[in-house]
Design a protein around this ligand. Structure first.
Ligand code: HEM
Length: 406
């Protein structure tokens, strides 16, 4: 008898972040519905992922977790404090709270509101490209991929000037908690960063109360001051979600997207020569890069997926990145970029169902302008160093990439 090693999802393996794709491939083939030794379930097939995300009968709220990973819970309680209240951000709330919170914030994300931001985005991109042009070189994450989404969400919220590098460091520590596996040191760093970020947001909210303007933060403060629509805790948690979600994800689409196009020069050339492909190409990069690799749901009843019984109260991680590379959905060339791919917008990079990313049109617009303009202005851009990955399992992306632009 031959011993076949069981498929084991180990995102801590060397080289995983640089290329998780062969792991997903293996899991989709051998164990597409995977129960990990740390207790969570993982889904790797497109059909399973999109069906679960769209199932209104499941939850996103931690209170419904029946099977906690005791070690992880103890670590978090030690770092964040036992009575740290759970976040009230819409991403972790079910209806009716979710519906109320999302409705309040949605007004800033209407198609007209996003379209009105186009000139702001174009100016920010052109200014960044001017600096690169003058210098002849760039570290693309530092010069474009990070500051663009950061500045855009700051403008939308009406944030006062802040120390960008400091905030970047805090939010980077905080989003590490989205990884399915995290060290004790990282949990403590996240808790510390969370306290500092909360203190900064409290100060910003107090400043904005005294300096109201025509911006999202003022609108949310008014909803809070109106009384029963938004508590002050909810106000801070929505601002925190928008601020962090606004830049920690789009940075990976723009930075890693440019990296992938430079590695696929024939695709970059097709896109460079045909701006009408900007919209489709960005969706293809969203599919291919998958800036958020996992989302999750918590089961509210006993369900069965792919023949596996999953008990009430289980955490089920939906493998968005794996779903986006599933050949059963995308065909044999799923692991290749095709900027003309038909139907690519069916990717699940923005999730699906009632929690579908509220900032999706904004992220798409930022990437269309940034990547389109970069490619056309610097047709000879080349990598001059190795890409450095950010070491994150979930918000995976390039952290540094040096380029010569002419
Ligand atoms: C490429 C960039 C982005 C990606 C890949 C992304 C991805 C996601 C994903 C996967 C979800 C969870 C969906 C689910 O579980 O079904 C989500 C939710 C969310 N995103 Fe994004 N996002 C991006 C950019 C943004 C931006 C720019 C903003 C705002 C400025 C934003 C705001 C939000 C909010 C508020 C939610 C919570 C929605 C809810 O719970 O109803 N995102 N996003």
């Amino acid at each position: 008898m031959t011993d076949i090693a069981p498929t084991f999802f180990n995102p801590l393996e060397d080289g995983y972040v640089a290329s998780p794709w062969s792991h997903f491939d293996d899991l989709r083939r051998n164990e597409p519905v995977h129960h990990s030794p740390i207790g969570q379930w993982f889904l790797f097939r497109y059909d399973d992922v999109s069906a679960l995300l769209r199932d209104p009968a499941q939850s996103v709220d931690d209170v419904n977790i029946a099977h906690h990973n005791e070690d992880r819970l103890a670590q978090f309680e030690k770092a964040f404090g036992e009575d740290a209240e759970r976040s009230t951000s819409m991403l972790g709330r079910d209806a009716p709270d979710h519906t109320r919170l999302r409705r309040l914030v949605s007004k800033a994300f209407t198609p007209a509101a996003i379209a009105a931001l186009r000139p702001v985005i174009e100016d920010l991109v052109d200014d960044a490209l001017d600096v690169m042009d003058e210098r002849g070189t760039t570290e693309i994450v530092h010069d474009l991929a990070f500051p663009l989404p950061f500045d855009v969400i700051s403008v939308m919220l009406g944030m006062p000037e802040s120390d960008k590098d400091q905030v970047a460091q805090w939010s980077s520590a905080i989003v590490k908690t989205l990884d399915p596996i995290i060290t004790e040191e990282e949990v403590f760093a996240a808790a510390d960063a969370d306290r500092k970020m909360s203190a900064l947001l409290d100060e910003v909210i107090a400043w904005k109360r005294a300096n109201p303007a025509d911006d999202l933060l003022t609108a949310l403060i008014q909803a809070e001051e109106d009384g029963d629509r938004l508590s002050s805790r909810e106000l801070r948690d929505q601002v925190s979600l928008l601020f962090v979600a606004g830049h920690e994800t789009t940075v990976n689409l723009i930075g890693t997207g440019i990296y992938e196009l430079l590695r696929n020069p024939e695709q970059a050339a097709i896109l460079r020569d045909d701006p009408s492909l900007d919209v489709n190409a960005i969706d293809e990069l969203l599919r291919f890069v998958s800036p958020v690799q996992f989302s999750r749901r918590i089961t509210l009843d006993d369900i069965e997926i792919g023949g596996h019984p999953i008990e009430t109260g289980s955490i089920v991680m939906t493998g968005l990145a794996s779903a986006n590379h599933d050949p059963a959905k995308w065909g044999d060339d799923a692991d290749r970029i095709d900027v003309r791919r038909a139907g690519t917008a069916q990717h699940v990079s923005f999730g699906s169902g009632s929690h579908y990313c509220l900032g999706s049109s904004l992220a798409r617009l930022e990437a269309q302008v940034a990547i389109g303009r970069f490619l056309r202005r610097f047709p000879d851009a080349t990598m001059t160093g190795e890409a450095e990955w950010n070491g994150r399992i979930n918000l995976r992306g390039i952290e540094r990439l040096e380029l010569a632009v002419r």
